[in-house]
Design a protein around this ligand. Sequence first.
Ligand code: YSA
Length: 247
Amino acid sequence: MKPDQKGHLHPITQIIRAIYPVFQELGFEIADGPELEDEFHNFDALNIPKDHPARDMQDTFWIKQNGKMKMNDGAGEKNMLGERSVLRTHTSSVQIRFMENNKPPIRIVVPGKVYRNEATDATHEAQFHQLEALYVDENVTLAHLKGVLEMMFKHIFGDDVVIRFRPSFFSFTEPSVEVDMQWKGKWLEMGGAGLVHPNVLRAAGIDPTIYQGFAFGFGLDRVAMLRFGIDDIRYLYTGDLRLVDQF
Ligand code: YSA
């Protein structure tokens, strides 16, 4: 690189950096977890039992592990001989990891890469980024969820942004909603959300008779595409500097 050439941050990095101050102001911290996950954290603890059709909602890359693997969750080296792992299909696995090791009140955001074994097109990639948020405390309601989501979307897309909740189903939330944003006269699906299911709190060692929580998970690529006017998600992953140099 010539001395006068400047580097550019990738659009996804720019979106993560733009969103975080909203959460920081509300007392949320950034949490992290492994991209190579075990079935328990990606599915079971999220109230998605084996053989439940909900597992098919997210096409999974299954990885057969042989030998030892070092997990970055502080648990040290783990013998993975013959165990099935997954490339995490969502950042929701980090909800469980964090709740296992921390007591409420919990306020975290988790930006990270996720993987799905699906055909790609202009709005779908086999690897993409999500932003997860989890808030667990006493007396948490859907009103808190909507307030935080509105703050986030207004911060990125301006004060006139309109979002709506649409009833949906996720095994790990009850009630569950899909979050849509109005964009150029159309409703676009941006993510899933809801109140944390009591079984999920229980699986992570938190008493659901005392604590409630809200959680949501968004596609960061879709946010970046709308914010920067990128019309094909695949451009984000070509590694072509002509893309990043524009932002
Ligand atoms: C729901 C409830 C919660 O309490 C917490 C999180 C969630 C979200 C859930 N874990 C989930 O992954 N839902 S999702 O499958 O609908 O994906 C969420 C968002 O990721 C989608 O709305 C979309 O914006 C994005 N997404 C999904 N598949 C994608 C994709 N983006 C790009 N390429 C794909 N293949």
